[in-house]
Each structure stands twice: as C-alpha cells, then as structure tokens.
Design a protein around this ligand. Structure first.
Ligand code: OOG
Ligand code: NI
Length: 458
C-alpha cells in the first residue's frame, strides 16, 4: 500500500489527545470546570495584552493554545515502559528528557513522551509525563516480591492495541480506519478501573510502603492521573479556583511571576478520593487530580544552570518543603533570588540565557532583492526585517514534578531514598536512549535562523 494512504502520526496524536480529554472530562467533571476557567482566563489575558496576542500569533502558539495539554501515567515494569514507547511512537511521540524523582522522595524515574519537531508540536503539542516505579527501592523483600508478581500478571495493553502497534511498525503507518481503531484500543490502557487486583490488606501494605507503589501495583492499568491545560496567567487561575469549588495546592511550582515567563509554572488540586472494590472488600483510592500550567521561554544550559542555582538558594533559605505555613515566605524568597535573572527578552538573548525563534517580517519581505540589504541576523533585526520571539519550553522540571507528586500523595508520603539516579537503567528498560531536550531547542532556533536568511536572500 502506498504510504500516502497512511494517516500522519501528528493526526493520530491530535485525535488521541482529544479522545483522551473527552474520556477524562466524562470521568472527572472538575477537569471540565478547570478547562472552562482556563479558557475564560486566556481570553481575558489576550484581550488585555495585545503584545502577547501578537507574539502568540507570530509563533503559532495561538492556534495550539486551546488544544494544548499534558497528562501523566505511572508504570510498573520495564516491559510496560518499552511497549508504551512503541505505542507513543505510532503517534509521533518520542521520549524526551530524563527526570529522577528519588531525591525528592518519590520512588520513580521518568521521561516525557512528546513530538520533537516544531512543526509536529504545532500540529499537536500533546505530552505524557511517564514514570517507571523503582521497585528496587522497596526494602521489604517479601513486599517487593509480591509487587513484582502482581505486576507480572497484568497486561496493560489490549490485544488489539498490540496488534496495531506491530502493524504500524511493520508497514510504516496506519490507514484511516486502523488509526481510529488504534486510538480506541490505546485509550483503554489509560482508563480508570473501579476494581483493584489485590485484597484490601495487600493494598494497605503497599500503600504503607508508599502510596505511589499502591497506585501502580494494585490496579489493572496505568490510569491517566491528570490532564493539564495551558494558561496564559497561572496566578489568575490559582486565585479563581476556590470560587469554582477547587482548592489549589499552597504554592505554584517553578519560577516566580515575571514580565517574561521562563520555563514552566504549575499548580494542581488534590486528588479525589474514589470508591474502589478490592478483591475482598470495598474501599477507596485517590490518584486522579487536576493541574494547570503556564509555559515560558526555554532556557539554554547557561540559563538553566542559573535557574537551578536561584531555585536551590531560595529553597535552602526557606529550609523546608514549601507548604501552607511558609507559602508567603517562599514567594518572597523566590522573588528576591530571581532578581538575578534578567527579566527582558533582549537581555536574555544577549546573555544567551534563553532560546528564541526568528521570523521574517513583512518589511523584510518587501525589502527583499533590493541592493545594500543587511547581511547578518543582528543587522536584519536592527532593520526590522527579522523579528525575534521566545521559543516556548515544551518539557518538565524535576523539582516541580516532585512538588506535584507530593501535593497528591500527602506529606505523610515523604520518604528519603539514598539510591542514585540511574538513567542507564531507565534507558535499558525503555529499550532506547532518551532525547536531550536542549539539543531540540538549539536545533529549532538554528532552523529558524536558517529559514530567515534563506527567505531574505532569494
Ligand atoms: C506526575 C507528576 C509530574 C508534572 O506536570 O510535572 C507532572 C504524576 O503525578 O504522575 O505531571
Ligand atoms: Ni503534570
């Protein structure tokens, strides 16, 4: 069959993301409420900030804003991780970045599956933060063996999904009917189950070890635990949440509020307690929650080092995990420390702290072919022939992710692990290397520069 008959992976991802959102909204009505609040806020922000509206139009983010979301799942075995990697590949998603959450007391390590090229991200920026449980961190050997045997018994993919993954790998794609079938079958892996695979007592034992371990081991599959819409003003949404009957966590994770947002700011509301039938008794489990995010400019290695340094300094000075009691002090300390991070795009660009994208302007196109045109990018920018816009951060932050996990596991779940970060072990489980996100941003920036030069030379 000619490859033209195949649906592009970007289309499959876009449809899958919509199907997942519909499923989650049906199951978790508060997600729908949050989406509405975010949409209202985004409209208000765009109406009041024409500069931002223009920027988002130029970069294409305006078109993808309403469909933008990320979710998260937690897996139990290497085989599950490798297979989910193949499932996501059918929709053009690659594992980007490695996040070790163990230093923050969460016994997992993770990657984010997402599209990697700016054009694919534009078609659908859907991302899934995917964690693998580190069973070797369960000290009680009997319990570890029980967890391993429970996980060995389950199969989190439908036979139909597995067959279509193999077919897509073999043929190099899926036709329209198969793509729709694939979306339906793949969705099953992410569905919530009201029944557990273990007894009430076994669940309790797992949960006493770590609530996250129970969340992974006691169920048939890795239910999607949140879907996160993107807001243009996270402080406004955070402030409006209680009015909608939603209680947000005490602090917004990530950098402080700024004129020029950097990286990623996130906040969430607590997981719902949901009724569960254990094999021998009724009980409940909480895993599913809501989250919102605000995305800013991607940082270079130099910018990221500065971010990490300032974040650590503020946290060291706070001397504790941010919580209800010290939230005001934390916000104050973050604002103080982050004064050292330039808050305008020109300075960030000059100091090579962030990545940018370059766009040919109307003026540039009009002047094309005339004699004595500026030759360098800097000169083209000075002449108004090329405009520069921040390149949006597409990834996650380990300290923030740990904060999001913790807010949903409860403070009682804080553990201390001495295990080392183990990217090699993660990649072995995954069956491939994870992609370095910084390389992707540098490539996108370079492509935009090359395109400008090309377009103006003609
Ligand atoms: C994932 C938490 C991390 C984020 O946005 O940083 C996350 C989880 O709870 O499984 O989603
Ligand atoms: Ni999240």
């Amino acid at each position: 069959m000619p490859s033209a008959a195949y649906v592009s992976p970007d289309e499959i991802r876009k449809d899958f993301s919509r199907a997942m959102s519909d499923m989650y909204r049906d199951e978790v009505p508060l997600y729908g409420a949050l989406m509405e609040l975010v949409a209202e806020t985004n409209t208000r922000v765009l109406d009041s900030d024409s500069g931002l509206a223009k920027q988002l139009q130029r970069t294409g983010e305006m078109e993808r804003l309403a469909m933008e979301r990320h979710g998260a799942i937690r897996l139990g075995t290497a085989h599950e991780l490798a297979t989910i990697g193949r499932l996501f590949a059918v929709m053009g998603m690659q594992p980007v970045g490695y996040y070790d959450l163990t230093p923050a007391g969460v016994p997992v390590h993770s990657t984010a599956f997402r599209a990697v090229h700016e054009q694919a991200l534009q078609a659908s920026p859907f991302r899934v933060f995917t964690s693998l449980l580190r069973l070797e961190l369960i000290e009680n050997l009997e319990l570890r063996a029980f967890a391993e045997s429970a996980l060995a018994k389950r199969s989190i993919f439908t036979p139909g999904a597995l067959a279509l993954i193999e077919q897509a790998e073999r043929d190099g794609g899926l036709n329209a009917a198969d793509a729709q079938a694939f979306i339906r079958e793949a969705l099953e892996t992410f569905r919530w189950h009201h029944t557990a695979t273990v007894t009430g007592a076994q669940y309790q034992q797992l949960s006493d070890q770590h609530r996250l371990i129970a969340d992974v081991v006691a169920f048939k599959g890795p239910h999607i635990n949140h879907l996160t819409p993107r807001t243009l003003d996270i402080d406004q949404v955070q402030a409006a949440m209680p009015g909608k009957g939603i209680t947000p966590k005490a602090v917004i994770e990530g950098p402080p509020r700024r004129q020029c947002p950097i990286l990623l700011r996130q906040t969430s509301f607590k997981a719902l307690d949901e009724p569960i039938a254990f094999t021998d008794a009724k009980g409940s489990h909480s895993a599913r929650f809501g989250e919102i995010e605000q995305r800013g400019v991607a940082l270079t290695p130099k910018g990221r080092a500065l971010y990490d340094q300032l974040l650590n300094a503020a946290r060291d000075e706070l001397g504790a995990f941010p919580n209800e009691g010290n939230a005001a002090r934390y916000v104050e300390l973050m604002a103080q420390h982050f004064q050292a991070f330039p808050d305008n795009h020109a300075q960030m660009r000059e100091q090579e702290l962030a990545y940018f994208r370059y766009f040919v302007t109307e003026q540039g196109l009009a002047a094309r072919g005339q004699a004595g045109q500026p030759q360098t990018l800097e000169a083209l920018m000075a002449a108004g022939h090329v405009a520069v816009e921040p390149l949006v951060y597409e990834d996650f932050l380990p300290v923030s992710a740990a904060g999001i996990f913790q807010s949903n596991l409860g403070d009682a779940a804080q553990s201390h692990y001495t295990a080392h970060s183990n990217q090699a072990q993660f990649e072995q489980a995954l069956g491939r290397r994870t992609i370095d996100e910084l390389k992707l941003y540098a490539e996108t920036q370079q492509r935009s520069m090359d395109e400008c030069i090309q377009a103006l030379r003609a």
